[in-house]
Write a protein that binds this ligand. Structure first.
Ligand SMILES: [Zn+2]
Length: 278
């Protein structure tokens, strides 16, 4: 009898412990979506999710820590396990359901010279430069409220669409395209620090803003920059002019929101105030 009681007590204490302040923002999302894990700031937890980044960073905010987990748009729909460990012990687990994003397909026909601009080599060179700039995201949340549409016009709603260039699948579209004419004013989607403002072969003149806590927005194919690397900007500040630099079929703004190096659906930040009103 004593043994059973002891066992029962042990079970109860484990349950109470695993429930101690660890929370998910949600466990059902679409491809290209994200969720975050929240736990008390005094804890040091490890979040393990096979479909997310290897060692996702935790950011302290008030008396909590937050770990944002992006789910890449190419992740097959399905159910994947998530666990949170503390001192090597699993203290929380759940199943994350990733649903089909129902992405569109898009077909582009371009010249050989244009196609070369998005060769694997050129694409990788740009990715590496931006990854370097993103290394030390500001620890404090800089953004406030919903993110702003940088152009004021409707996007082509083409996040995640499968891209065929000259009939060959080349990947998926990582952001939203806004078909603005060359020279249109572009605004910062939210508060943050300009960490990158350089010309790249594939994405042309590219600007990246760090919004803190590993959240970034990026703006590509610009004709001109109005801000410099290192500069702090406020939501709505003019950051440059749209254009047609890099790999394009015409002038437009290519707008990406990413968590670390993984692009997520920008509408999740444009339509909701993340980490607010809770
Ligand atoms: Zn685009």
């Amino acid at each position: 009898m004593k043994k059973i009681l002891l066992l029962l007590l042990l079970c109860l204490s484990v349950l109470a412990f695993s429930d101690a302040g660890i929370r998910l923002s949600g466990n059902r999302l679409k491809q290209g979506g994200f969720f975050y894990v929240e736990y008390p700031a005094e804890k040091d937890c490890e979040v393990i999710f096979s479909r997310g980044p290897k060692s996702p960073r935790a950011y302290k905010r008030g008396d909590k820590k937050y770990v944002f987990i992006p789910v890449h748009y190419s992740t097959p729909a399905g159910t994947y396990p998530l666990s949170v460990r503390e001192e090597g012990r699993t203290v929380f687990s759940d199943a994350i359901v990733v649903e089909d994003g129902n992405f569109k397909k898009s077909y582009l026909t371009v010249t050989k010279t244009m196609a070369e601009k998005r060769s694997d080599k050129n694409l990788q060179a740009g990715t590496d430069k931006i990854a370097e700039a993103k290394k030390n995201s500001l620890k404090e949340k800089q953004w406030s409220g919903k993110f702003l549409n940088p152009t004021g016009i409707k996007s082509s709603d083409n996040f995640g669409s499968m891209r065929f260039v000259n009939k060959k699948v080349v990947g998926y579209h990582s952001g939203l395209d806004y078909p603005v004419p060359k020279g249109s004013t572009l605004k910062a989607a939210n508060n943050g620090k300009v960490i990158f403002a350089q010309k790249l072969t594939t994405t042309g003149n590219t600007l990246v803003i760090d919004h803190g806590m590993n959240i970034f927005s990026s703006y590509s194919h610009l004709s001109a920059f109005a801000v410099q690397e290192g500069q702090m900007v406020k939501k709505g500040d003019v950051i440059g002019k749209s254009g047609d630099t890099g790999f394009v079929t015409g002038p437009h703004l290519h707008f990406v929101i990413s968590i670390g190096s993984t692009a997520v659906n920008p509408s999740l930040f444009l339509n909701a105030a993340v980490l607010e009103n809770e």
